[in-house]
Structure formats: structure tokens, C-alpha cells
Design a protein around this ligand. Structure first.
Ligand code: 5GP
Ligand code: ZN
Length: 141
């Protein structure tokens, strides 16, 4: 299957086999491999084979394929590593912490007290504020 690539992108190079990785699996549209800076043992990435930077531009069927691969890795991690929990994390844009602009889902096993800063304390929202943004978002669908 042909897909867009960016020769300067590290994940495109990993997909093409030009840069080594601990590759867990691959299918027609996706590859999964171990993250080189794991937050916890088992931290892996499911990436699209094609170079689409973010969730708003990736074809929906490719996003679904990446999610399916992330599920497969998460299931293996849960069964084999028995972590306290697993987060699937997908960042879009620098402001969301994205450092590689090639669509990917992190599969992050969690350990108690691991200090991974993904979790937050819920604080009750202001209903008028929620409704105002809801109306804008709904109109943009
Ligand atoms: P982001 O910050 O974009 O959500 O996640 C990018 C992830 O890619 C980071 O967790 C980072 O450790 C990982 N990463 C960056 N470069 C490489 C690489 O060359 N090989 C592997 N295996 N992972 C990488
Ligand atoms: Zn790429």
C-alpha cells in the first residue's frame, strides 16, 4: 500500500527499516515498536506507516488501524507484564507534548508512584462555560 513519507522523519525512517527499532509487529497500515525513552518497562508506540502528523489529517481508517495495533500491544502488555494499569496516549502538536510529528499512540504500562504526569485531579467545571464551548464544538462537527 502506498502512503506519504517524509524523508527527514525519524518514524518514517523506522517504518522503512533505515533506523533500527525493537519492532513488535507490523501490518499493512501500521508498525509497533518499543519507545527508546520508556516511562516504564513495556512503553511502546503504535504508528501509522504513512506520514500524517496529527489526528485531524490522518485518514480515519488509518487511525482505526493504529488504534487496533495499540490494542493488540496493550493486551500483550497487560497479560505479560501485569502492570497496575495502561494508558494509551496520543499527542497532537507541541502544546500537547508531541515531539515527533508522525501520528502515533503510546502504549504506557503504569506502576504505582511512577510519577508519569498524565493524570489530573478532577475539578468541577462552570456549566455556562462548558455549554458555550459545547455549542461551538457541536457547530464545528
Ligand atoms: P511524542 O512526544 O511525539 O508523543 O512521542 C514521541 C516518542 O517517540 C517519545 O516517547 C520518544 O521517546 C520516542 N522516540 C523518539 N525518537 C525515537 C527513536 O529514534 N526510536 C524510538 N524507538 N523511539 C523514539
Ligand atoms: Zn513520518
Amino acid at each position: 500500500m502506498s502512503h506519504p513519507t517524509d524523508p527527514s522523519c525519524i518514524f518514517c525512517k523506522i517504518v522503512a527499516g533505515q533506523v533500527p527499532s525493537f519492532k513488535l509487529m507490523e501490518d499493512e497500515a501500521t508498525v509497533a515498536f518499543m519507545d527508546i525513552n520508556p516511562v516504564n518497562p513495556g512503553h511502546a508506540l503504535a504508528v501509522a506507516k504513512g506520514h500524517w502528523p496529527t489526528v485531524d489529517v490522518v485518514p480515519p481508517e488509518v487511525l482505526a488501524a493504529v488504534a487496533k495495533t495499540a490494542q493488540r500491544i496493550a493486551k500483550a502488555a497487560m497479560k505479560e507484564l501485569k502492570p497496575a494499569g495502561v494508558n494509551l496516549v496520543q499527542a497532537n502538536g507541541e502544546g500537547a507534548g508531541q515531539s515527533v510529528p508522525h501520528l502515533h499512540i503510546h502504549i504506557m504500562p503504569r506502576r504505582p508512584g511512577d510519577d508519569v504526569s498524565l493524570n489530573w485531579e478532577p475539578k468541577p467545571g462552570d456549566m455556562a462555560g462548558i455549554k458555550a464551548v459545547y455549542e461551538k464544538l457541536k457547530a464545528a462537527l
